[in-house]
Design a protein around this ligand. Structure first.
Ligand SMILES: Nc1ncnc2c1ncn2[C@@H]1O[C@H](COP(=O)(O)OP(=O)(O)O)[C@@H](O)[C@H]1O
Ligand SMILES: [Mg+2]
Length: 362
């Protein structure tokens, strides 16, 4: 008897040590023990209840019945919803046999929702990339046909179609460049950058590079910043952030209009738990309706697909920015009011050399 008791105490300890929800059913099919994770999912009421009333889904009841009747091992899918969240489990059903009588049955629930989400994200991603490439490809094929046929002896039309083809190949090239940047970033995600980079110089270079484009559409670029702003970062990636955000301000802000980049030192950023630099890129454009804000950093998410395409956008810019900011252990914040413009705010940890010297700066 004493042996049995210590055996069942040990069984219970094993279940409690499991992170996955686990239920041990006694020979009568009642919940003999449920670990904390199982209580969290099913509620506290399940102790001593029949498995039929706890599990209720026929797909899972069948293997449990076979485990009791024939000591058969089994697996099943089980979905559990609480509020708006649906969790999907792979359940293993194992009879724990001790001699001739009906066995105890152990159910272990492995949460596979994350895996499934990842799978469906990957599927969506491949579908999106294919679609984004297919659109310019189809256009180019059409232009080639026209050049071979109707425009064969029309140099003016030929020049026009070649120009359009250059545009479409440019789009495909940008798309592939952005995709490569994203995949490189994914590989680097866990490696924190260590260089001291002057964010002021980075912004200056980005503004200089974009000035011709801004001039072309009547946008004035301003910088409001101290002479230097050292952050711990990766120079090329910080340039990518600055170019992406300023370019968005030019493309989607007011034309004519103004894009201002502000750099402000923060003594102690509560979330980063360190001294930081805050970089704001502000435009006075039409802004972004609030329902889009949470999704802007998703790959290929655009508010106005037509406008983005027209401007040569890939829909990947903010997703790249987000990845870079995460790698730098920084923060990205998007504020926008319809009709009043957009502010994109990046906060990055200040480089130690300059934080030690922060009295001078803040
Ligand atoms: N400053 C801004 N003002 C208004 N809309 C913006 C701004 N920045 C970004 N957006 C919206 O967010 C979308 C995603 O931006 P991004 O990821 O850079 O892609 P892309 O610029 O290639 O379209 C844009 O298509 C645009 O609809
Ligand atoms: Mg962009």
């Amino acid at each position: 008897m004493a042996g049995n008791e210590s055996q069942s105490t040990r069984d219970i300890q094993i279940l409690s040590a499991l992170e996955e929800p686990a239920l041990l059913l006694d020979a009568n099919g009642r919940v003999f023990h449920a670990n904390d994770a199982a209580h969290e999912y099913f509620g506290a009421w399940i102790d001593g209840q029949s498995y039929v009333s706890v599990l209720r889904q026929p797909d899972l009841l069948a293997p449990v019945e076979s485990a009791f009747a024939r000591k058969a091992h089994g697996t099943a899918r089980f979905s559990h919803s609480s509020g708006a969240v649906e969790t999907l489990f792979d359940v293993t059903v194992s009879p724990l046999s001790s001699g001739k009588g009906r066995p105890f049955v152990l159910l272990v629930f492995r949460d596979v929702s994350a895996l499934r989400n990842e799978e469906s994200m990957r599927r969506d991603f491949v579908a999106n990339v294919s679609h984004e490439l297919k659109t310019p490809l189809t256009a180019i094929m059409g232009f080639i046909e026209t050049l071979q046929g109707p425009a064969r002896r029309d140099p003016k039309a030929q020049a026009r179609f070649l120009g359009l083809m250059a545009q479409e190949t440019g789009r495909m090239n940008r798309l592939v460049t952005d995709l490569l940047a994203l995949s490189r970033l994914e590989g680097l995600a866990r490696r924190k950058p260590t260089d001291a980079v002057d964010l002021r110089a980075v912004i200056g270079a980005a503004v200089d590079a974009l000035r011709p484009i801004a001039d072309g559409v009547g946008v004035t670029l301003h910088i409001d910043a101290p002479d230097s702003a050292l952050v711990t970062g990766d120079h090329d990636q910080l340039v990518q952030i600055a170019v992406n955000l300023i370019e968005n301000g030019i493309k989607y802000g007011a034309q004519p209009g103004t894009v201002t980049v502000c750099l402000t030192p923060i003594k102690r950023e509560p979330v980063l738990r360190s001294a930081a630099w805050r970089c704001e890129v502000r435009d006075n454009g039409p802004g972004i309706p609030p329902e889009h804000l949470p999704r802007l950093t998703e790959r290929f998410y655009r508010v106005d697909t037509g406008r983005s395409r027209e401007q040569g956008g890939t829909g990947l810019g903010l997703s790249i920015v987000k990845h870079i900011v995460n790698r730098h252990r920084g923060r990205l914040r998007i504020d926008s009011r319809e009709g009043q413009g957009t502010v994109m705010t990046i906060t990055l940890p200040r480089h130690e050399k300059q934080s030690a010297d922060s009295g001078r700066l803040s």
